[in-house]
Write a protein that binds this ligand. Structure first.
Ligand code: M6R
Length: 362
């Protein structure tokens, strides 16, 4: 049942404020002043290793920034198909965390089995609680996204991010890097997130026009820095999957180390840049693109657009949100760009060619 939407993907994008609200209800006390999680010994943890595939891996890339910044916890991330064959050593005090919507992805499951007996704790973040990955973990945390039908993962990604952020906050608090007062502020911000997402989803008018033009492109680049780097990766993957347009993402700072050679007026460049502490750096990379006649689509908040719109090709404005929550909010434009570009191209949004919802072969 598409619930009145044209595609499951559209329904699942629209559901995000509700399912994230459900996850928050599940993982927060009723007064939203504390996080409810099974006992995990973050205080004595020496390292967290996070492993996944595809979009779930990009959730891990994002979570690395959170665990390092909020909890000062050394963090390693890897794609499952590389991790499992590399024979990575796991020092004492290591925890291994596996992220998978389906809980059945063959490489992720094999990576989990590799860690058994090597990591002190095996954690998983899954959408299907009875899945193999959940069953074989010491602690399986459900993301509560509900069934996700569209092959392109949308609501599972933002629910994964929500649960991973709660874990990072708990870790930061337990390890003494987040005070009670700061935790309360973070949780209050999180409580407000479904409202912010609803607001963003009610203002998506600009997307169709922009995407009608993006649909003409052969190659599209995505740039982001810090927490927006994994979002750039996710935006490029989503676009490739359902519109079949070649898209690549780079950390903004890597641009001048090679990819800038690709820039001309035929290659649109999507820049994800909320007005945060890294904004000026990203804007200077964006200006390097514009100086080479690159067509920049800047996605930022009101302040960011106001400061940096000169010379851009198009802009899309997002609501304001606490900096730590920007990945969850900016997932929406990443998804909507892919969705509307695929619609403009007339591709099969829910069942893209060559792809399966659950990748149970290696
Ligand atoms: O079920 P999983 O989360 O383990 O799946 C991992 C990837 O196959 C999945 O995220 C894939 O990249 C999606 N099609 C992305 O939209």
């Amino acid at each position: 049942d598409k619930g009145g939407h044209r595609h499951f993907m559209a329904k699942e994008i629209a559901e995000q404020p509700i399912v994230i609200g459900d996850a928050l209800t599940h993982y927060l006390t009723s007064d939203a002043t504390d996080i409810v999680l099974p006992e995990i010994d973050f205080a004595n943890m020496s390292r967290m290793t996070m492993v996944a595939c595809g979009t779930a891996y990009y959730a891990c890339v994002t979570a690395k920034y959170w665990f390092e910044q909020l909890a000062k916890l050394p963090c390693e991330i890897d794609i499952a198909s590389e991790f499992r064959y590399r024979e990575p050593p796991m020092p004492a005090g290591s925890a291994a965390l596996f992220v998978s919507q389906s809980g059945e992805t063959a490489d992720t499951l094999a990576a989990l089995r590799y860690c058994k007996g090597k990591a002190d704790t095996i954690l998983s973040v899954v959408n299907v609680p009875e899945s193999s990955i959940a069953r074989e973990s010491d602690v399986a945390l459900p993301i509560l996204a509900g069934a996700e039908i569209g092959v392109a993962s949308t609501k599972a990604f933002t629910c994964q991010l929500t649960v991973l952020l709660l874990l990072a906050l708990r870790a930061g608090h337990q390890r003494g890097h987040i005070s009670d007062a700061d935790l309360a502020t973070h949780l209050a911000d999180l409580r407000g997130l479904p409202g912010v997402l609803n607001h963003a989803l009610s203002q998506t008018n600009g997307f169709e026009d922009v995407c009608a033009e993006l649909a003409e492109a052969k190659d599209i680049l995505f740039l982001g820095r810090g927490l927006m780097y994994p979002l750039a990766l996710e935006g490029a993957l989503k676009l490739k999957e359902i519109s079949y347009i070649h898209a690549e993402a780079y950390a903004s700072g890597e641009l001048k180390h090679g990819p800038i050679a690709l820039i001309d007026q035929t290659v649109p460049v999507v820049v994800l840049a909320p007005r945060d502490s890294l904004f000026d750096k990203t804007v200077s990379n964006m200006q390097e693109v514009m100086a080479r006649n690159g067509r920049v689509l800047l996605i930022s908040d009101k302040k960011g657009i106001h400061e940096a719109k000169d010379g851009t090709w198009r802009t899309l404005t997002m609501p304001d949100v606490a900096p730590v929550l920007t990945p969850i909010l900016y997932a929406l434009p990443a998804q909507l760009l892919a969705y509307h570009t695929a619609i403009a191209k007339g591709t099969d949004v829910d069942q893209p060619r060559n792809l399966a919802k659950s990748v149970t072969v290696e």
